[in-house]
Design a protein around this ligand. Sequence first.
Ligand SMILES: Cc1cc2nc3c(=O)[nH]c(=O)nc-3n(C[C@H](O)[C@H](O)[C@H](O)COP(=O)(O)O)c2cc1C
Length: 412
Amino acid sequence: MDQMHAETAPPPPSAVASRPEAPPPPPGLRRYLALDDFQAAARRRLPLPIYGFIAGGVERDAALRGNHAAFAANALVWRSLVDTSERTTAASLFGRDYAAPFGIAPMGASAVAAYDADRVLAGAAAASGIPFILSGASLTRMEEVIKVNPAAWFQAYVPGETPRIEPLVDRVAAAGFDTFVLTVDVPVSGNRENNVRNGFSIPLRPSPRLAWQGITHPRWLGGTALRTLRHRGMLHLENMDATRGPPMLSREAVRAFGVREALNWRHVELVRRRWPGKLVLKGILAAADARLARAAGVDGVIVSNHGGRQLDSAAAPLDMLPGVVAEAGGMTVMLDGAVRRGTDVLKALALGAGFVFIGRPFLFAASVAGAPGARHAVRLLREEIERDMALLGVTRLSELGPDFVRRTHTCP
Ligand SMILES: Cc1cc2nc3c(=O)[nH]c(=O)nc-3n(C[C@H](O)[C@H](O)[C@H](O)COP(=O)(O)O)c2cc1C
């Protein structure tokens, strides 16, 4: 066989027993070959303040770059001559089976970037067989989102105020969620200078500059902003508390976040006592905190630095992962931050993650192409994992371990 062809052509579909029968992507989506392609398109589609809010990190973006660098600094080592014709990307998490070992991370204010984004992403995850986490800072009522995806998880931003925590926990349980994710890496808002420079703020303040950005991005103006106003009215922070929060444009929006810097392990214990389902802490970096989480009866942790959006120069989750895994005991360890390719997913799994979550690319995909875009993004990544498993010589994700990864000194 021609060598070039052998290296570039994907395997024939019949070679892979586990491949689900998915229809081909709509013609308009065929030019998106990888997750990064959606970011390039979203940059053109979205007003700069909104694009910058999603894409950016904090201060000098050192943590954001570090997240990507950590993946570049780990290379993969394959095993040769393994029959992988029966391979599968299937993975289970908290007793549920999924089509792939990745899910959609919680993203607040998503509906500003893509029409009905919370339901679009929840629905795409359900249709694709992957997990979805609804953000506590989302703009769609949790009760509406769980109708679209009954397996969705809920992520809460709770202040260190017991009277606000308990009613929220009760509302999430009454809505039917079975997994409660408590984000613990936002004691205060990160110093996102790019938002200030670009004119993005919460509350969103109308200004001539913002208006100009809208006019010069007509597809976002018509397809997201005006469509939202027409069909959904003014967006509110819907899920910060037991009752509806303030509108995005109101000064009260900031107050809705409460005194988050007072949050501590006693509140985790309080949630643990009140929440009957699985409890996950998101934003753990230190192995010592994994030990405390385990002692508090937590079921899982997401090793994360919030996608490099909180403390600049925070360590990369991938670098902290083995230490957390060593302290996890029976807890499930997950990771997020800069996972963009199938090879990244496999590196994280080889270093001990049970599952990974991905944020920005899925929101970019929804903002440029709605639900079909989000589904296409999921499919691209799943297919990469499947192809990479054959190249790596594994048939099950559980076969992965540290021997498949070698730390390099290559600069990204
Ligand atoms: C626009 C945006 C909004 C986010 N909002 C939340 C949020 O409401 N709650 C939360 O726990 N994390 C939030 N995050 C962080 C993500 O859940 C996740 O940790 C991060 O995006 C992962 O990195 P990645 O985007 O490089 O995949 C947000 C991230 C982005 C990009």
